[in-house]
Design a protein around this ligand. Sequence first.
Ligand code: 13P
Length: 254
Amino acid sequence: MNRIPLIAGNWKMNMTLYESKGLVLGIHYAIKYPHDVEVVVAPPFTAISFVSGLVRSSYIEVAAQDISTHDAGAFTGEISGSMIRGAGCRYVIVGHSERRQYFFETDDLINQKMAAARTHKLIPILCVGETLIERERGACFNVVERQLAVALSGLQTRDPLSLVIAYEPVWAIGTGRTATLEQINEMHAFIRSTLAGVIDPVFASQVRVLYGGSVNSKNSAAILSLGDVDGALIGGASLRVAEFVSIIKSATNN
Ligand code: 13P
């Protein structure tokens, strides 16, 4: 099975409704029917329903940036999987490093969020990645292995399209400092071999593993040409139509 590249824009806490409209319509008009690439945008919760409506008849899929572990009830500020699904999402980002860092999400909590995503038939984009300190002390592989093992524990599915992994080294996010092609290649191969152990080798060879961290239109072609890289999760550069469109195009050329 061919792994179709996935280009996902994580808008983080950006984009009013008005700005969201300009951005998705801009992408849609610039690329009418992308060839052999899947495109996903992850607006803030306030814009999900609006953006889903705008892209309903297009190729663009919508993701949420987070999911509650709870299904419903007195959890002020939380958004459940059924709400996310009902608002038109197919994907949900789980365990982003900003959630781990600023909102103290642990591997166990992320495991529960993975279960919530499954319950509501949302495809999780599970983010893993080491901090600079962890890389410098040579712990990056141990950290990523632990993040994967805990987050995926209890995963029943063997459908490779039901999961996406995003490797996002924390030190490369929003810093303009991309990991080297060698570092990316090495970690993606490691992630795939870890998945072979945690789940099974066939699943591991078919699941998509994205890279994230200062991806832009200048470095995307080189990153996406790496054998074990199946797309990108993009922050800053996904907020500008021309940048995001040219990253999508660089994925179709590979
Ligand atoms: P940047 O592309 O801004 O570095 O952000 C990456 C990211 O965190 C995507 O989830």
